[in-house]
Design a protein around this ligand. Structure first.
Ligand code: ZN
Length: 218
């Protein structure tokens, strides 16, 4: 992918970052500056985003390492402002394998959430959830909450989400592959309409997700 730089290599897979990711960092830095008016607030905001994207890398490694078990190579992992992409060489022809590969990403987020939860409970660092916001409250607890969000978001049964791939894999166990893709994509587009409609009346972020899902499904 153009405009991406190599950050490093994990488990023999290049981890790259796309130039637009810098825009996200700039935006987080600026918004923390305007809300906190201190260098400390800016640094805390940036550290949090980097930790979050560390979790995204682990999620993608979940896909990549599961794919490797089935003999599928991963070209690289690219970090974009909207999340990460593990670029697999090909999709395995065995639907069961695709199901495992797709499920491995969200499973990583569930494991991270559980680990952070038990760690915070054991060390007395857990605060009641209503006391938490995007910018205040223990950083690791906010990270745990966002990992729940990442798992749920990725499990939506719509392309290009992992849940959409899992749905196609399950369908492909019984149907023709192209037919399975068609049905999964239609369900994805149906969901996109529902999100877009709900988003208009509730949260504009849902409209953004709807757009993303709709483009992926078509
Ligand atoms: Zn994923």
């Amino acid at each position: 992918m153009r405009w991406s730089w190599k950050l490093g290599r994990v488990a023999d897979i290049d981890v790259k970052v796309h130039a637009t990711f810098l825009l996200l960092l700039a935006w987080v830095g600026l918004s923390n500056w305007f809300s906190g008016r201190s260098a400390g607030a800016v640094v805390a905001g940036l550290v949090f985003v980097l930790l979050l994207f560390g979790c995204v890398v682990l999620h993608e490694l979940g896909h990549a390492l599961t794919a490797r078990r089935f003999g599928v190579r991963t070209r690289d992992i690219i970090l974009l402002p909207i999340g990460g992409v593990a670029r697999l060489d090909h999709i395995p022809s065995e639907p069961r394998q695709e199901l495992w590969i797709a499920a491995a990403g969200p499973a990583v987020n569930v494991v991270i959430t559980a680990a952070l939860f038990f760690w915070l409970r054991a060390t007395g660092g857990w605060v009641p959830l209503p006391e938490l916001s995007m910018t205040s409250g223990p950083m690791l607890e906010r990270l745990a909450v966002l990992n729940v969000f990442l798992a749920v978001f990725n499990l939506l049964p719509a392309f290009p989400m992992d849940g959409g791939r899992m749905l196609r894999a399950v369908l492909a166990m019984r149907l023709e592959y192209t037919q399975a893709t068609q049905i999964a994509a239609s369900i994805g587009q149906g969901l996109a309409y529902v999100f877009g409609f709900l988003g208009l009346f509730t949260n504009p972020f849902l409209v953004f997700i709807a757009l993303f899902v709709w483009i992926g499904a078509s």
